[in-house]
Design a protein around this ligand. Structure first.
Ligand code: NZQ
Ligand code: MN
Length: 373
């Protein structure tokens, strides 16, 4: 059983619907935003004004860091409790939405997020309204909050249906301000979600359709979105949402397990880290599926074999300026043993892969990623 949002608003200008949506879920809202752009570009003021218009007095929590850490989520949860908030509005990328979801669980259950990580299940949380401003994580529809340990070395996941945002507002307008490189990275995160969910052992028929639709939109729309075409940006936002629905059911697997090391040890953006691994992993993932099944994803990429899908991805990444070389990201081959160890520790992801994932496979995948795709 999977939970989805209870309310979805989408399309240009749909942010305005917060005025009607928020009072349905609470009377004492908090708005959670990241470090700068929400305030700098006037979004925060607009959100506050909309809520005041609805007769509500919002509290504001600013400064969520990219790849949010345990202590920040706990601090947010504590503030939400102190303020007596009953609904949390997250405006930002996956980092802000994940921190808001984690904070909402901390506030409701009155214990630290470090006590809730998988394999525990988060059994309750305040309602969250998510307004995503990147086109990647799908956090606006997932039951996951991916949180980094305070030492910065591990990404752990809190999982639970109560953290699925009660409402998702998909307004493409804020995405028009997203720096191009982040648009490209986050779209590759969503493409990784689509391909990893599609190839996961847990993906059923509904998950497959969500993943295929997401992948098709990304193959078709990433380049024009990168060039700033509004309708293409809107499609990417929808693709990220659909791919989020797919990982909600089937999880991610080897691409994500391998991406975390690049983020925690080398500060590589999550989507960029996925983009570096994806071309090397996609061949293995598709070849592990029955051919007729794999062909459905290949045809979305207008391909008839897995190598062609790899080339399509490499070409797409080149066109949107993504640096594909691990070496140029500052990763050295002497790190391979440590890198492999880290990947193997993400069993929760690896279990979903369509093949047995052992040390040898991970080592080959990482070594391949050092060679130019
Ligand atoms: O700090 P602010 O000012 O908000 O700026 C952010 C941040 O610096 C900026 N930004 C976001 N939207 C913008 C914008 N700047 C201008 N205009 C906009 N419209 O972008 C920077 C990166 O934001 P971040 O939220 O970190 O990026 P993303 O959306 O890629 O989220 C990544 C996080 O999501 C987690 C990742 O692990 C990572 O922590 N994930 C969450 C998942 C989930 N909950 O289901 C699944 C994913 O696989 C992923 O692991
Ligand atoms: Mn991801």
């Amino acid at each position: 059983m999977y939970a989805m949002n209870r309310v979805i608003a989408c399309g240009w200008g749909s942010m305005q619907s917060l005025r009607d949506i928020a009072p349905r879920f609470g009377s004492r809202p908090a708005i959670v935003v990241g470090k700068s752009f929400a305030k700098r570009l006037g979004y925060l003021d607009r959100l506050v004004a909309m809520l005041k218009d609805a007769g509500l007095e919002p509290r504001v929590y600013e400064g969520i860091e990219p790849n949010p850490r345990v202590s920040q989520c706990n601090d947010l949860g504590k503030k939400l409790r102190e303020w007596g908030c009953d609904v949390v509005i997250a405006f930002g990328g996956g980092s802000v939405i994940d921190a808001a979801k984690a904070g909402a669980a901390v506030a409701k259950l009155d214990r630290g997020i470090e006590t809730m990580f998988y394999p525990s299940i988060v059994e309750d949380a305040l309602p969250v309204i998510a307004i995503p401003t990147t086109c990647g994580t799908g956090s606006e529809v997932t039951r996951y909050a991916v949180i980094t340990t305070d030492d910065g070395l591990k990404k752990l996941t809190a999982v639970g249906n109560p953290m699925v945002p009660v409402a998702a507002i998909l307004d493409p307008e804020p995405l028009m301000n997203l720096p191009k490189h982040l648009l490209a990275y986050t779209a590759m995160d969503a493409l990784s979600h689509a391909i990893e969910a599609f190839t996961s052992r847990k993906c059923g028929a509904l998950c497959e359709e969500l993943a295929l639709a997401a992948a098709r939109q990304i193959f078709e729309s990433l380049q024009c979105a990168y060039e700033g075409v509004g309708v293409c940006i809107e499609r990417l936002q929808v693709a990220a949402y659909l791919a989020g629905g797919a990982i909600n059911m089937a999880g991610t697997n080897i691409v994500h397990a391998a991406s975390y090391y690049l983020t925690t040890r080398h500060g590589v953006h999550h989507g960029h880290a996925c983009a570096v691994i994806l071309p090397h992993a996609v061949v293995r993932l598709l070849e592990a599926l029955p051919l007729t099944q794999a062909e459905r994803m290949m045809s979305v990429a207008r391909c008839s074999d897995a190598e062609c899908v790899k080339s399509r991805i490499v070409e797409l990444e080149r066109r949107v300026g993504i640096e594909p070389s691990l070496r140029r990201l500052g990763v050295s081959e002497s790190e391979v043993p440590r890198f492999v160890e880290d990947v193997l520790s993400y069993r929760r992801n690896l279990e979903n892969a369509p093949m047995e994932v052992d040390r040898k496979l991970v080592e080959e995948l990482i070594k391949a990623s050092f060679r130019s795709p």
